[in-house]
Design a protein around this ligand. Structure first.
Ligand code: ADP
Ligand code: MG
Length: 226
């Protein structure tokens, strides 16, 4: 049985203008990711991995093509959405994990993970933050500030924060790129197993063959020809 696609990418293109030079980063790219399934994006530096994730996050505008994300009772089309509705989409329905964690340094671990609930007035989910942190082995770090934590611990906090709202889509941009082998496999395990269990579609950019192989599908981006 094939599952309906949660995320559908149809013939998208994106270029940057660098003075008089046009850099075509994404050209006519299409793929689908079902709910609970994962896609890894590989490719050398500069091949457009972050650009693709930023398009999926609605941070950048498409040149052409469309991305649609299935929400509970509607299908969100990026092409026709304005910046404000893409911002709302990102805040409510997309989790994002970055290579350098991007935790708020002035908030504690628990406050960082609660933040998406606060921003969305979801008081019901605030208690879930400490449950998640417990599941990720961080129950004794709730009141610490991020700079007291190791890189692996900080990234587990960032994964918990991205999962808090149980978004239909989770994006991860080289989430293990700054971790040693042991922490890398721990964080990758958490990402893949949490998304699978909660029916979240995961798109993950990585340089690691091991991490990429954990995904259901692999996508290879190539360096742009000059
Ligand atoms: P990756 O994440 O695979 O390293 P990026 O998506 O960051 O690749 O970048 C893809 C290409 O687009 C690179 O050549 C990069 O220099 C260029 N690029 C990225 N962002 C911009 C920008 N804001 N303006 C101009 N060029 C950019
Ligand atoms: Mg990148």
């Amino acid at each position: 049985m094939t599952r309906a696609s949660a995320l559908s990418v149809k013939q998208i293109s994106k270029h940057y203008q660098d003075g008089s030079r046009q850099i075509n980063v994404i050209s006519d790219l299409s793929f689908n990711v079902a709910a609970g399934e994962s896609l890894s994006v590989m490719g050398p530096s500069g091949s457009g991995k972050s650009t693709l994730l930023n398009l999926l996050a609605g941070l950048l505008e498409l040149d052409s093509g469309d991305i649609t994300l299935a929400l509970k009772d509607e299908s969100f089309s990026y092409r026709t959405a304005n910046e404000r509705s893409r911002t709302m989409l990102r805040r409510q329905h997309i989790g994002y994990v970055y290579q350098f964690f991007n935790l708020v340094p002035t908030l504690t671990v628990l406050e960082n993970v609660r933040l998406p609930a606060r921003l969305n007035n979801r008081r019901d989910l605030e208690r879930h933050a400490s449950t998640l942190l417990g599941e990720f082995g961080l129950s004794d770090r709730l009141n610490d500030f991020p700079n007291r934590l190791s890189g692996g611990e900080q990234q587990r906090v960032a994964v918990a924060r991205a999962l808090l709202l149980k978004p239909p889509l989770l994006l991860a941009d080289e989430p293990t790129g700054n971790l040693d082998a042991e922490n890398s496999s721990h964080v990758a395990d958490l990402l893949f197993s949490s998304c699978r269990e909660q029916n979240i579609s995961l798109v993950l950019a990585t340089h690691s063959n091991e991490v990429a192989a954990m995904a259901d599908t692999q996508l290879q981006l190539d360096r742009q020809s000059p």
